[in-house]
Write a protein that binds this ligand. Structure first.
Ligand code: URA
Length: 269
């Protein structure tokens, strides 16, 4: 008799329930039987566990280390390697299986910045490769931008449960993002969604007010700056397809500006 069939169905159903509730990350190597009520751990073990948590690098130290690593990177490949070696972002210890940095051409004229890698990005190791990414790609293609973009995010590890990254998590990764911007020196930037727009521009303004309006992303150190266009996130468009026309209008503004910047006869426009 095959006794495992009903168990498999029950397990699948439980996993689907957890997945719908946003539980998509495992934190331990071995399963834990939470149906068994264990006696409280001895005091020493609790003290050790607490010490391990306290021993995590403080955000300021992590930011300083990120700055140091980022500044040492002279190429985009070195920057990718520096990010992969960095353990100071709290997200890297929360179930993400790897760092996810970029895809596209580092010498392209447009830098696209999204929020954070999702579960598909964590699995495949590249940004915007899931459903939202496919929609973004279709829109970039329609705007003639497919080969003119380099794509990254404000953080480089998948946040558990697909939540948005917190400001301290973004602050920890910001030196790497800033360095990518400085190394690439794009002609224009597309900020995808509220979280990326607010973090890069340092504003609390809502995305509906920001989108469609040219902003300036200026680095505090080094003085490099580029025009930045905030737009709506493709994950939002999957839920609200009628908003695609707004993103389309933002992409047209971006291509028009790019064409002006690359056409010497209109360079002063
Ligand atoms: N959403 C993002 O903001 N970035 C990704 O890489 C994927 C989904």
């Amino acid at each position: 008799m095959n006794a495992s069939a009903p168990d498999t169905a029950a397990t699948e159903s439980l996993l689907a329930f957890w997945s719908d509730a946003g539980v998509d990350a495992c934190f331990g190597e071995a399963p834990v039987d939470r149906t068994h009520v264990a006696p409280p751990p001895p005091l020493k073990a609790v003290a050790r566990a607490t010490a391990a948590v306290v021993a995590r690098p403080h955000t300021d130290e992590a930011v300083a280390e990120a700055r140091h690593l980022a500044a040492a990177a002279q190429t985009m490949e070195e920057l990718a390697a520096a990010i992969a070696s960095f353990t100071g972002c709290p997200l890297s210890g929360m179930g993400a299986t790897r760092s996810v940095f970029s895809r596209g051409d580092a010498s392209a004229p447009v830098l696209v910045v999204g929020e954070a890698p999702g579960i598909d990005e964590d699995t495949q190791g590249a940004p915007f490769v899931g459903r939202a990414g496919r929609l973004l790609d279709r829109m970039l293609e329609a705007a003639g931008l497919t080969d003119r973009v380099f794509i990254t995010n404000t953080v480089f590890w998948h946040p558990p449960g697909n939540r948005s990254p917190t400001p301290p998590e973004q602050a920890t990764c910001a030196p790497f993002l800033d360095r990518a911007f400085a190394l690439m020196r794009p002609k224009a930037v597309l900020l995808v969604g509220a979280t990326a727009s607010r973090s890069v521009l340092g504003t609390d303004e809502g995305i509906m007010r920001l989108r469609g309006q040219w902003q300036e992303w200026r680095l505090a150190e080094g003085g490099f700056s580029a025009p930045a266009m905030p737009t709506l996130h493709p994950a939002f468009l999957l839920r609200q397809p009628q908003a695609k026309r707004q993103v389309w209008s933002d992409l047209l503004a971006l291509t028009t500006r790019l064409d002006q910047l690359t056409d010497p006869s209109t360079a002063k426009l």
